[in-house]
Design a protein around this ligand. Structure first.
Ligand code: SAM
Length: 434
């Protein structure tokens, strides 16, 4: 397919997403099934265009003063791909499978309109109802922060130190352009361009042998900031598929006891295979069975309870631009209730002098600061560990990392703009010694 034909295909997919209200991944898959002639490069190119339109949905429509699928694609080419009007016109010449030629009004919009005078939620491409919350946490920087949250994310890997060394893996993944991540001592990064194909990490020997896992650097750092140590008893209360469990196990170097559970047993399903591939032998997976408390035998015993809380995932918008536009206030309310519940559940598990590490992949203050304030008010036995002390686990990187993050008396916030990671909030709280 020509680059121009890919544009036409992307317009078709965006139209399907809008009119049939299907998730983007499904619409792309259906397009692929109906157009079997398209090669993997074409599919990757079309996916890249569609995801970029979703990332820039509001600003692209503003630039074009029109929110049709075609208008948003054209606006995105200017806003995201930085194409000038003549380059766009050369692609859209109506020949073969190319989009129709630009109209006079499209030309003029592409040549002159910008988001300089657009409201913050349009310029930053986020749902209007979240403007108050983003203003609360980022103030006048919210457009810049949200714009970074709308950018493309790299593929990050965590080297599993139980099985591999970062230097060695770096060498063996050079053919994929891997580099070291700036903050995590365990991280590798593969930057993906607009038309990048899936680098096929799951087929790499390092992956098959358990030497690497796919994990955003922010998620790696959230686990590191929990400060899990060899010999401790650690409970991963919202373990899900086990991303943090694997990171905690590596920090514990196979020493101590790691218990992982989740309210939803289906989320835990992949964890067994992942633990075995990673060579982890000190983890005990507690699958919930009915309403009984699966952790009743280990009350008051944990040195650390990690709560990788259910959240809105606003910090991962750059990986899920589709979800950003589907998010509704009702979903935020449900998450806030779940978070308070899981925080309260952790209280009975922590031993005196032990700690809770509360993590979200959200930047919203209601899920972060406000949750911690409400929790410490409900549970006065717990107090927040000062963020600089929490970040000291990063040793020589601690000072620069502290300067890059947002800090509050409640915790540390990473963002794509400030730390180049997904958005993650981490708060560590200790329980008074008896
Ligand atoms: C952010 S996800 C966990 C991701 C996982 N830790 C990882 O790193 O791959 C949040 C998890 O919390 C679980 N959850 C929700 N409410 C819970 C509760 N009250 N107690 C325990 N887990 C809960 C959800 O089922 C979901 O798997």
């Amino acid at each position: 397919m020509t680059p121009a034909a890919r544009l036409s295909a992307a317009i078709e997919v965006i139209e399907a997403i809008d009119t049939q209200r299907v998730p983007a991944a499904k619409a792309l898959k259906e397009w692929g099934t109906a157009h079997r002639f398209a090669g993997s490069g074409d599919r990757a190119g079309i996916s890249g265009l569609v995801w970029d339109v979703l990332r820039r949905r509001a600003s692209s429509a503003w630039i074009m003063d029109d929110d049709t699928s075609r208008a948003r694609l054209l606006g995105m080419l200017k806003a995201e791909r930085r194409m000038d009007v003549d380059t766009i016109a050369a692609l859209c010449d109506g020949s073969g499978f190319a989009p129709e030629p630009l109209s006079d009004s499209e030309r003029s919009a592409l040549a002159s309109r910008t988001v300089a005078d657009a409201p913050a939620h349009i310029a930053g491409d986020y749902p209007e109802w979240l403007d108050g919350q983003l203003a609360d946490v980022f103030g006048d920087d919210r457009v810049a922060e949200a714009t970074a949250m709308a950018s493309r994310a790299p593929l990050d890997l965590r080297v599993n130190t139980l099985k591999a060394k970062r230097d060695k893996v770096l060498g063996s993944l050079r053919h994929l352009g891997a580099t070291e991540t700036p903050w995590s001592p365990l991280g590798l990064r593969i930057d993906l361009g607009a038309d990048a194909r899936n680098p096929g990490i799951h087929a790499e020997e390092d992956f098959i042998k358990g030497g690497i896992e796919v994990q955003d650097e922010g998620s790696q750092l959230a686990a590191l900031l929990s400060g899990a140590k060899p010999g401790e008893q650690v409970i991963d209360l919202c373990a899900g598929a086990g991303g943090k469990t694997l990171a905690l196990a590596a920090m514990m170097q196979g020493k101590g006891r790691l218990i992982a559970t989740d309210a939803d047993k289906r989320q835990l399903a992949p964890i067994h295979e992942r633990l075995s591939r990673a060579g982890i032998h000190n983890a005990d997976i507690r699958t919930p069975k009915g309403p009984d408390d699966t952790l009743s035998d280990i009350h008051n015993s944990a040195d650390l309870v990690l709560i990788d809380a259910p959240c809105t995932g606003t910090g991962t918008w750059r990986r899920n631009p589709d979800a950003k536009w589907r998010m509704r206030p009702g979903a935020l309310e449900v998450r806030i209730k779940d978070q308070a519940e899981v925080l309260d559940r952790a209280v009975a598990l922590v031993k005196p002098g032990g700690r809770i590490a509360y993590v979200t992949c959200s930047v919203l203050p209601q899920e972060n600061r406000d949750q911690i304030r409400a929790f410490t008010a409900r549970q006065p036995e717990f107090s927040v560990v000062p963020p600089e002390q929490v970040m000291s686990v990063l040793w020589d990187k601690a000072e620069d990392f502290a300067a890059a993050t947002y800090q509050s008396p409640e915790g540390v916030l990473m963002t794509p703009r400030r730390t180049g990671t997904d958005g993650f909030f981490v708060s560590v709280m200790t329980r008074k010694k008896a």
